[in-house]
Design a protein around this ligand. Structure first.
Ligand SMILES: *Cc1c(COP(=O)(O)O)cnc(C)c1O
Length: 408
């Protein structure tokens, strides 16, 4: 076996499809978000404006958060020292879990090392402890949910994205007493659309199914306290399991689930992805705790965040750029071709000091390649002037399709 040739073939295939990924070498300026220094291959640097961060409201630079992290390092050191079972449960973990449970109106919460791990661990475990479980999974669910569902080995049905009629047609077919789980997201991060939570909950009740909701792109951002779309829509108490991240709007890192005590205790007791890995370090948990508490009390940040997204969508539409129909803070613009998508992203960076990464297959279906903008409260009108002007010019230069067919 020529291993090297096999790896080369695999990478060449990705390159041939125009979706080979190159990471931009960035260093953020704390206090001047969303500005960052970008280092080119030749070592030279430029200042750029980042338009695609999932640090949605700039919590990664909030002094409340960074001070808490510094303090935790000074008080408790760097690592946690082990798994939660073996001396890795610090007071910070206990406090943060209690805060997260409160945020979602649940009895309990469990911290995991990332949102990916939380989804994988929780969903795989649910399938294992509920024999005969049938999982109903939205077609656009995140890779981490798919991984968990696959690893759990339960019977799996994929319903068309946000299509509750399709979901019901599948639920009807199953024995009423079979254990069922509906796995879905609130804000879908590539299109920016939002699921019908109340409608899904109603179906779950009718067919006696559990609901598992990934609120990764909504925690901290929706609802008066940032409890997510479930809070905004008044259904917090009707969703069985909420999964979130501390790495996006909360600006730190880590993942969690929240739910009833027995359910959380089950995941805690069975999930390999929780049990057999070193727990998050004190600095991250302390930073996340400070971030959650602060963002809970600052609804004006959420209002400004939504306003910035609305403004950017409007300004793109005014110049005929094909904004996809998002109802959230995510502003996707359709390019529809992986080579063009990468080219426009490269030109924005090299010629305009604007960074937005191309979104290509397999993150989105082929033919729907796009640029995905995430304006934060720190993106100014002047930054938007620069962005809209640059994009308008590049759209003409590359002859990419404008509005019509994709009107928002
Ligand atoms: C990013 C993401 C995750 C994973 O969260 P991390 O904390 O980054 O591991 C889970 N679900 C969705 C929908 C995501 O977009």
């Amino acid at each position: 076996m020529d291993y090297k040739a096999a790896f080369e073939t695999a990478v060449e295939q990705v390159k041939g499809e125009g979706r080979y990924r190159v990471f931009a070498d960035l260093k953020r300026y704390r206090g001047d978000f969303p500005r960052a220094a970008w280092t080119r291959d030749d070592g030279s640097q430029s200042d750029v404006v980042v338009w695609c961060s999932n640090d949605y409201v700039g919590q990664g630079q909030n002094p409340i958060v960074t001070d808490a992290m510094h303090k935790a390092i000074d008080e408790a050191g760097s690592g946690s020292g082990g798994t939660r079972n073996i001396s890795g449960t610090t007071h910070y973990h206990v406090e943060l879990e209690s805060e997260l449970a409160k945020l979602h109106g649940k009895e309990a919460a469990l911290l995991l090392t990332s949102g990916f791990v939380a989804n994988e661990a929780a969903l795989a475990t649910l399938a294992k402890v509920l024999p005969g479980l049938i999982v109903y999974s939205d077609a656009l669910n995140h890779a981490s949910m798919i991984a968990g569902i696959r690893n759990g080995g339960a019977e799996r049905h994929v319903f068309r994205h946000n299509d509750l009629q399709h979901l019901e047609s599948m639920l009807i077919d199953a024995p009423i007493d079979a254990p069922k789980l509906i796995a879905f997201e609130s804000v879908y991060s590539m299109d920016g659309d939002i699921a019908d939570l109340a409608g899904t909950v109603a179906l779950a009740k009718k067919y006696n199914a559990l609901t598992y909701l990934d609120e990764v792109h909504a925690v901290g951002l929706y609802g008066l306290r940032g409890g997510g779309v479930a809070e905004r829509d008044g259904v917090l108490d009707q969703i069985d399991i909420i999964e979130g991240t501390l790495g996006k709007a909360f600006g730190v890192m880590g993942g969690y689930i929240a739910g009833d005590t027995m359910l959380v205790d089950t995941i805690r007791s069975y999930a390999a992805g929780f049990i057999f890995t070193t727990s998050l370090p004190p600095a991250l948990t302390a930073g996340a705790l400070a971030s959650v508490r602060w963002l809970t009390e600052h609804n004006e940040v959420r209002i400004r965040h939504q306003e910035r997204a609305e403004t950017l969508k409007r300004r793109f539409i005014e110049v005929g750029l094909p904004v996809m129909p998002s109802v959230s803070h995510i502003v996707p613009v359709l390019v529809g071709d992986p080579v063009h998508c990468k080219l426009i992203s490269d030109m924005l960076l090299h010629d305009h000091n604007i960074y937005v990464q191309p979104i290509n297959y397999p993150t989105v279906p082929r033919g729907t390649e796009r640029l995905r903008f995430t304006p934060t409260p720190f993106h100014t009108d002047a930054m938007m002037d620069d962005l809209v002007g640059a994009l308008d010019a590049l759209w003409s230069r590359c002859n990419v399709k404008r509005l019509g067919g994709y009107a928002a």
